[in-house]
Ligand binder design. Sequence first.
Ligand SMILES: Nc1ncnc2c1ncn2[C@@H]1O[C@H](COP(=O)(O)OP(=O)(O)OP(=O)(O)O)[C@@H](O)[C@H]1O
Length: 525
Amino acid sequence: MPTSAPSSSTQKKCKREKKDKSKRLDTSTLSDSTLTASSAATSAVPTPLSTTRAPTPTAPTPADVSAYLKAHNITIHTPSSSTAVVPMLSFSQLDEHIPQALRDALKSFKEPTPIQACAWPTTLRGDDVVGIAETGSGKTLAFGIPAIARIAPSTPQCVSQNSKKSKGKSTTTASISALVIAPTRELAIQTHDTMTMLGEPFGLRSIAVFGGVDKEPQKRALREAGAAVVVGTPGRIMDLMDEGVCDLSRVTYLVLDEADRMLDKGFENDIRKIMKGCAPVEQRQTLMFSATWPEAVRRLAATFQRNPIRITVGSDDLTANSRVEQTVEVFDDQREKDSRLTAHLRALQHKKTSLTGSDEKRILVFALYKKEASRVEQTLRRAGYAVGSIHGDLSQAARMESLEAFKSGKTGLLVATDVASRGLDIPNVGTVINYTFPLTVEDYIHRIGRTGRGGKSGKAITFFTGDGHERGLAGELAKILRDGGFDAEPLKKFPMTIKKKEHGAYGAFYKDTSGAAAPKRLKFT
Ligand SMILES: Nc1ncnc2c1ncn2[C@@H]1O[C@H](COP(=O)(O)OP(=O)(O)OP(=O)(O)O)[C@@H](O)[C@H]1O
């Protein structure tokens, strides 16, 4: 059936509304004091569309807000020039800020997660934000929804016209408006899938750019089709920038996912270069999200942002997902690990064959080194298990195949290095087994966060020998276990000192050059 063209009055209305919207978005580029003046506490919920509108019936009362912040142990640091952040306690509060078609993406969920509730009001009004919340708590949509809201047509009428025209085929967009940078290829692909889903009703295209695969299709996609959103890993983004096919100069919405990792030694200089290619900081919204936010990167992060609002769900200290039950087993002899691993698989009644039901629990085993991952995989295969692996010695195609087989249940067991520790949202991982402890306790938090996602519970079993790097991490691990209410006794034979961490690149010599005024700390208890 042919699609009828929109009437000229509808077209005019859409144009007018687009113009209004771009005016509205411009406020995000003004100084903080202007932003404060225009959105001063006239209502409990930010109302960028109108200042005369009566309060929304769904707006929470200050008492509701206070109780919510307390219940979820949320702390919000707001720079003195910014307006207080009032969380959105229900999806209906999004209605006046985002188009219906975007709201539809949330329909399978009951309510916003705490990080979404607190991040949306501030990201939608144009602030820079640091969002720290436990693994599996919905951070992708916390930054994904505002990204699309910023570039999508603003009204349901415009949306429906556009989606009729463009459903299935994406609109050619000359400029990239939003950029999400992720530390691993698999995470970039996963986030790109989410952005594609969110942008699809509006004909907004997302392109994933990551290494380990042929550059040509990515170059062609960028050159020929264009994209409103790019999600990628730093190395490939820089390559494509250098080749002149990835123009980021119009990127006004920039996200560092797994931000502490992105600012760590090894990535930091790449991030600086990429940011230089984006719109300048005054015209850009820069967002950082992670489950871990070590002191060592905090001040450095602030130098990339403009008066950021920091939202912390949970403790300011390093904490694990509260729905993951953690146990640690100490070994005197490394060689005991293999038999313990298979004993656990038996105790968990893990099937050796492929899984049939999609709700059957998968098990993720983390090793530290590529060779070790490969050896553990072989051991499990010899023991008769359907098992796959993900590590840096495999081609990207093999990595993607292993991940798919694990997701589908063809293999219910996956052995991985830390390339799989951050961000991956794999349904029904019931247990994470740390065969060898990671190099940092942050990595431990991210690894075990592959289970217990989206409100489900999970289990983490950690083998600990105290050899090499492990010895110096025993104190930090014990603290995490105790903070979560779990048994840290097995670790007591190791030194319990906790070393102050330094930024990988700057160490003790790092100096804050942001010149930003110290933020006031708002703790809602
Ligand atoms: N409001 C919500 N209610 C219930 N589930 C949600 C909600 N929002 C997102 N989810 C689901 O929660 C799961 C975890 O989300 P996501 O991958 O964004 O977590 P994350 O916080 O980024 O985790 P990580 O720190 O490991 O990267 C996803 O399957 C997502 O679809």
